[in-house]
Write a protein that binds this ligand. Sequence first.
Ligand SMILES: NC(=O)c1ccc[n+]([C@@H]2O[C@H](COP(=O)([O-])OP(=O)(O)OC[C@H]3O[C@@H](n4cnc5c(N)ncnc54)[C@H](OP(=O)(O)O)[C@@H]3O)[C@@H](O)[C@H]2O)c1
Length: 301
Amino acid sequence: MRVLITGATGLIGKEIVRLCHKQAMDVHYLTTSKSKISNQQNYKGFYWNPKNNEIDIQSFENVDTIFHLAGATVSKRWTSSYKQEILSSRLEATQTLVNALKNNPNQVKHIISASAIGLYPDSISNYYEEDHSKGDDTFLSNVVKQWEAAVDEFSNLNMMVSKIRIGLVLSNKGGALPEILKPIKLGLGSSFGTGQAWQSWIHINDLARLFLFVYMHHLEGAYNAVAPNAVSNQELTKLCAKVLDKPLFMPNIPKILMKLVLGEMHTLLFLSQRVSSKKIEEAGFEFKYHHLQPALEALLK
Ligand SMILES: NC(=O)c1ccc[n+]([C@@H]2O[C@H](COP(=O)([O-])OP(=O)(O)OC[C@H]3O[C@@H](n4cnc5c(N)ncnc54)[C@H](OP(=O)(O)O)[C@@H]3O)[C@@H](O)[C@H]2O)c1
């Protein structure tokens, strides 16, 4: 059993690779950095440059499924040229895979692509299930819609297509959590805006398990990847402080201040999305981390 992973060297990719190896699965991966290529028996890297539609088709050898995670990070200031990079990196990477699979004999049957809950409109009251796919006209929602539409192209190659709409990933190795913790560790933690915005989070280990679950059970379509119990931004800040045993006395940070500091990217901190995990649970997936406090304790203690 062998899978091909794009974005394998990133935060989520590394955890998926770790779980694949635990299950004795071989991993091939595509990387845009020649320096990240390694050549072990169960972890073999291949170079690609999606900007030029360049890909090493040896990477498809004996692969039945692709985990597709590659894309430029959204956690960098959203200048107009960088916004273009966020979108084009995802579309070009997807198109490069589609072209290569279309034009070369292969046995790949299934693509499981990352997507994001950034698709769903900002709302305090809505509870989003997967059928709510129209999104809204914000930058992130438009990126996700175009990214998912590009991924749907694989169905024209008679492949199964799965889209994993990922929430706020909690890891102690990178991503949002270490950034959230920085001010709290200094005793300067506070919530954003009213503190009421919903944060639909997932522990990184559950997320990697969920990708493998979709693979093993041949699940098709869109699946939200969030833990069953979303929390408010205030609750998230309070629980981080509690688990770290730090005080929390600062006033909430106003939206206007973060807009000045971060520009348009500040929306990442203020968006409210309460997202349902029902569909993947009904398919039989069991979360290890249902509630935030044990998830934080597992990561931080
Ligand atoms: N982390 C989250 O909270 C979260 C939430 C929702 C959705 N997601 C999505 O899940 C995917 C993986 O997330 P992550 O947190 O693991 O991201 P990450 O740590 O930033 O890793 C992404 C990987 O994509 C590759 N990459 C970066 N820029 C690229 C470009 N311009 N063209 C092609 N490949 C590029 C890199 O691999 P190489 O250097 O090896 O090429 C990188 O290791 C992303 O698409 C992200 O949008 C993440």
